[in-house]
Design a protein around this ligand. Structure first.
Ligand code: SF4
Length: 432
């Protein structure tokens, strides 16, 4: 989401006459799109702004911060940055920068010239982004969250759920498909609650997927559409059926579970049971037999006993994830759980994380081993910086594949590869 937001901020700034530089020291305007999910990311923002403020003694420099910012950090940032703004204020960024002494003019082609102000929560989505890749694009469909998981501060930083108009989403997807983009990721904090804030006026997430699927069929082009992140509570069977019905809807599901223990799920305010979750997994296995499944899981949440942790390990054994983003719990100021004891020691958290990593490696290795000797389509993403003459690619199920002996000109294209070897979390293949 931050990358997607940055792409829209970049359009507005470039439209004011600024040019992008890769060299931080050269910049006269510099900003950061913050993430409050982990303290480490926010600590980095503080260290950056201290450095930038020192540079101000040597040259003119304007600084800004946007993105996910907790109210407590916002107060501090107001004293450190020239400008703090929320993404929905993006259309006013040129005015705000002028107030900070920035004197550039709008170009005739400025993306804000065509903006129709209708809803101050969603107008910023009309700003055409400057995509950072020619073949892989993010399309925001929804912002904010109404779920209030007890460990998470997003509803306090991003606000309540707001859905973007399906007409705008489909227009952006169509444009990307016409341009030949190969991967489109529909984005939102809680992507599959799309439309629930506009019931009766807007289509549902499953209907949106179907419209994207129809658009894919009509285009006659090959591309893969992903979405992230969904919540199990809104992962209805009709969403999975839609994915099954259209070729362009990628057979890969990222389904955060966070814990395998009932009581902990309740303490996390996830509003679903372990059985509910396993039913969704069973629907995915039935309707999307080739799909890979990824998850997010937290170890060492406040009060997590050894027995409760074991339930998470058991669930991981059962589901056999292809990938799991395992995080050690750390309290986020503003989230409800921040008021509870962070009572699992750092060592226990590390041990639990290592244990779940082992489960993941075991199940994903089994899956990957079975792919040796098969052929599959991959999207080549980049040159492999660690091995000369090799490329990094991904399968439709987002499994990373290193292709040996392949030219860099293939970056951004679909290729067929034969899988020649498998590691726990990656594959190696050769061009067919
Ligand atoms: S669903 Fe829960 S974890 Fe995800 S953004 Fe909302 S509150 Fe945070």
């Amino acid at each position: 989401m931050n990358q997607s937001d940055s792409e829209r901020i970049r359009s507005v700034i470039e439209g004011m006459g600024f040019e992008m530089t890769e060299v931080e020291e050269e910049a006269s305007l510099i900003g950061v799109v913050a993430c409050s999910v982990r303290q480490k990311a926010i600590d980095k923002v503080y260290s950056k702004i201290r450095k930038w403020n020192q540079w101000k003694n040597e040259k003119p420099l304007v600084t800004f911060v946007s993105g996910c910012i907790l109210p407590a950090d916002e107060e501090k940032f107001l004293k450190l940055f020239d400008l703090v703004f929320r993404m929905n204020e993006l259309p006013d960024l040129p005015d705000m920068l002028h107030q900070c002494g920035v004197t550039t003019e709008f170009s005739a082609k400025h993306p804000l010239n065509d903006l129709h102000r209708e809803d101050e929560r969603t107008d910023f989505w009309q700003v055409e982004p400057t995509y950072s890749s020619d073949f892989d694009a993010f399309v925001p469909i929804q912002n904010g969250c109404d779920k209030f998981c007890s460990f998470c501060a997003v509803p306090y930083t991003r606000g309540r759920e707001v859905s973007r108009s399906s007409e705008d989403i489909l227009a952006e997807v169509q444009k990307l498909v016409d341009q030949g983009v190969k991967v489109i990721t529909l984005l939102g904090q809680n992507v599959n609650s799309y439309g629930l804030d506009k019931k009766g006026e807007e289509i549902s997430f499953a209907e949106l997927l179907r419209k994207v699927g129809e658009l894919g069929n009509a285009s006659g082009k090959d591309f893969w559409v992903y979405f992230t992140s969904p919540h199990p509570r809104d992962m209805t069977r009709d969403v999975i059926e839609a994915i099954a019905d259209y070729q362009c809807l990628a057979k890969q599901i990222h389904l955060p579970v966070q814990s395998g223990d009932e009581k902990l799920l309740r303490r996390m305010n996830r509003n679903h049971s372990v059985d509910d979750y396993l039913q969704i997994v069973s629907d995915i296995r039935e309707l999307l037999p080739t799909a890979t499944i990824f998850t997010d899981i937290i170890v060492g949440f406040s009060g997590e006993t050894d027995e409760q942790f074991e339930k998470s390990a058991e669930l991981m054994e059962l589901v056999k994830y292809n990938m799991a983003y395992i995080a050690k719990y750390s309290p986020r100021v503003g989230a409800r759980a921040a008021r509870w004891d962070d009572d699992i020691t750092p060592q226990q958290k590390s041990e639990r994380l290592a244990r779940l990593s082992d489960v993941l490696k075991k199940t994903s290795q089994e899956y990957n081993d079975a792919l040796i000797g098969t052929t599959c389509t991959v999207l080549v993403e980049r040159v492999d910086p660690r091995q000369e003459g090799a490329l990094q690619a991904r399968t439709e199920g987002k499994l990373p594949v290193r292709i040996v002996d392949a030219p860099a000109t293939l970056v951004g294209t679909f290729q067929t590869v034969e899988i020649t070897s498998a590691a726990a979390l990656s594959l190696t293949g050769k061009l067919v």
